[in-house]
Ligand binder design. Structure first.
Ligand code: EPZ
Length: 433
C-alpha cells in the first residue's frame, strides 16, 4: 500500500496514523531552522531596506511571525524557500495581543521595535504547555539600556525618555542564559548609542546565526557563541541576503527516527557542531555516526540505556529530550532523564506509558526502563517536541499508533510524514472522526 500525501490544511481535526515496525532507509532532508528564522525575520524591523532570507522552512510559526510583522506595517513576501521582508513603513509600534499570544517568539520584536521607533507596546507572551516562559531578563536588559518599561494589563510598554529615542549601550548580566533575551537584546543594542556587553549570554547556534545576519546588515557584533557578546551600536543598518542555518532539532529528530527503527540512514544537511551533545549520546547508546561534510550517516542496531540531563547549549538540548526519551523507552537497560530547563516538559511520559513504556517519575527526573517493543495506541502530543516524540514512538511500535496534536507538530516540522514516508515509513494524515 502506498500512502499519498494530502495537503495538511485540507483535513479537519487531523491526526497521523502510523503503521509501526518498519525499518527506514535512504536519506532525510533537513529544512531551515525554525528557531533561527523566527528571530531573523524580526530583524527586518531594524532597517528600511529589504531583508532577503533563504532556506526559510514552510511552518505555521513562520506564517504567524509574518502576520505579526505585517500587522506592524512590514511587507512580507514568500518566494519559494525565500522570504523578502521590507520594513520601510512601520505603521505602529504596538503588536496585537492575539498574534503574540499565538506565537510567543513574536515577543522578540520588542527589541528591534524599540531600537527603530523609540517605543514599543508588546503583550506579555504568557506561558505555554511546557512552562511559564517569563521575559524578566528581556525587560531587565532593555531597562539597562535606558528604556522606561512598564507592564500593565498584560502589555509591556517600553519607551526611550527624552528626544532622539536612541537606546544607550550598557552592561547587562543575564541571570540565566535565555535564548530569547539574548536575541532580543542583541537586536536592541545593534542601533544603540555606544557599546553593549551581554554577560551570561545564550550560546545556541541560533544566536550565532542572528549575529551573522546583523553583521551582514552592517552591525558590529563580537563574541556570539560565547558567554559574553559585545555589540557596538551603529547609526543605521542596511538590507542583506542571508541563508538560515539547518534546523539542528529537526536533524536530531531524524537521527532519532533512524535510531528507534534500528535503521541505517543519511541525514542532510547537518552541522555536526550544532548537535555535539546529541551525537555523543547517540554514540554512547550504540549508534555509529559518521559526518560526511554535508550531512551525517547513522547506523543503529542495538540501543543501550544512557542518562540525559538537559542544559543550555552546548549541553544536551531540551528540545530533543522528549524525542530521545522515545528512543530510550526501547533501549536495553534503564536510563535516567532529567529536564532542567523547563518546569513542565515531561507530559509525554504519560503518553509513552500508554504505549507500554516502563517509566517512573520523580520530580523532574524520569527513570526509563527499556522494553522490547512499544505497542501502538491512540496518543496525544502536548507540545511541539512531545508530538514529534510520539511520532517516533509510533514508528517503532507494534501495530497502529494514532497521534493527535498536529497543530503543535506542524509548527516545527515541515512535511514530516512525507519525509518519513519517502524513507519507508507508513504514515497517513487522516481526519480524527
Ligand atoms: C527558545 O525559547 C526556543 N524557542 C525554545 O524552543 C527552546 O526550548 C528554548 O529557547 C531553550 O533552548 C525559540 O527560539 C523560538 P529561554 P526561549 O528564554 O527563548 C527561563 C521549540 O520547541 N527564563 O532560553 O523562550 C525559562 O523559564 C521551542 O522549538 C527565565 O527564567 O527560551 C526557561 O526555563 C520550545 N527568565 C529557560 O530560561 C527569563 O527572563 C530557557 O528559556 C527568560 C527565560
Amino acid at each position: 500500500m502506498t500512502y499519498t500525501a494530502v495537503p495538511a490544511m485540507a483535513i479537519r481535526n487531523p491526526q497521523l496514523e502510523i503503521a509501526g515496525g518498519r525499518v527506514l532507509s535512504g536519506e532525510l532532508s533537513v529544512s531551515g531552522a525554525k528557531n533561527s528564522a523566527l528571530v531573523l525575520m524580526a530583524a527586518c524591523l531594524l532597517t528600511r531596506d529589504q531583508l532577503r532570507l533563504r532556506n526559510v522552512p514552510p511552518l505555521t510559526d513562520i506564517t504567524a511571525m509574518g502576520e505579526m510583522l505585517s500587522s506592524l506595517g512590514c511587507q512580507v513576501v514568500r518566494k519559494g524557500d525565500c522570504l523578502e521582508l521590507t520594513g520601510d513603513r512601520i505603521s505602529t509600534a504596538a503588536a496585537p495581543y492575539e498574534l503574540v499570544n499565538s506565537l510567543r517568539a513574536s515577543f522578540f520584536c520588542i527589541g528591534p521595535l524599540l531600537a527603530r521607533m523609540g517605543m514599543a507596546r508588546v503583550p506579555l507572551p504568557g506561558g505555554c504547555q511546557i512552562g511559564t516562559r517569563p521575559v524578566v531578563e528581556h525587560v531587565k536588559g532593555l531597562k539597562a539600556m535606558g528604556a522606561q518599561v512598564t507592564i500593565e494589563h498584560g502589555i509591556v510598554s517600553a519607551v526611550m525618555p527624552g528626544r532622539g529615542h536612541r537606546l544607550k549601550g550598557g552592561r547587562i548580566h543575564l541571570d540565566c542564559p535565555s535564548v530569547g533575551a539574548t536575541e532580543t537584546l542583541m537586536m536592541a543594542a545593534v542601533l544603540a548609542d555606544g557599546e553593549t556587553v551581554i554577560d551570561n549570554a545564550a550560546q545556541e547556534p541560533e544566536v550565532i546565526d542572528l549575529a551573522g545576519l546583523l553583521i551582514a546588515m552592517g552591525g558590529r557584533v563580537r563574541g556570539a557563541g560565547t558567554p559574553t557578546i559585545t555589540i557596538a551600536g551603529v547609526d543605521r543598518l542596511h538590507g542583506a541576503d542571508y541563508a538560515v542555518i539547518p534546523d539542528r532539532i529537526e536533524a536530531g529528530t531524524f537521527l532519532l527516527a533512524a535510531a528507534i527503527t534500528r535503521s541505517a540512514m543519511r541525514i542532510s544537511p547537518v552541522i555536526p557542531e550544532h548537535l555535539g551533545a546529541v551525537i555523543t549520546k547517540l554514540e554512547e547508546a550504540g549508534c555509529v555516526i559518521r559526518p560526511d561534510g554535508i550531512g551525517v550517516e547513522i547506523v543503529a542496531r542495538q540501543i543501550n540505556a544512557v542518562d540525559l540531563r538537559t542544559q543550555p547549549f552546548p549541553g544536551f538540548p531540551t528540545d530533543l529530550q522528549a524525542p530521545f526519551m522515545s528512543l530510550l523507552a526501547t533501549a536495553k537497560g534503564t536510563s535516567v532523564i532529567t529536564e532542567n530547563i523547563f518546569e513542565n516538559r515531561l507530559q509525554h511520559v504519560a503518553e509513552l506509558q500508554r504505549m507500554g513504556a516502563a517509566i517512573r517519575m520523580q520530580g523532574n527526573t524520569a527513570f526509563v526502563e527499556g522494553v522490547p517493543r512499544l505497542s501502538g495506541a491512540p496518543v496525544q502530543g502536548t507540545d511541539l517536541r512531545a508530538s514529534a516524540a510520539m511520532v517516533l514512538a509510533g514508528l517503532a511500535a507494534e501495530g497502529l499508533t494514532t497521534v493527535r496534536g498536529l497543530e503543535y507538530l506542524d509548527r516545527g516540522y515541515a512535511h514530516l510524514e512525507d519525509k518519513l514516508n519517502a524513507a519507508g515509513a507508513q504514515i497517513k494524515r487522516v481526519s480524527s472522526y
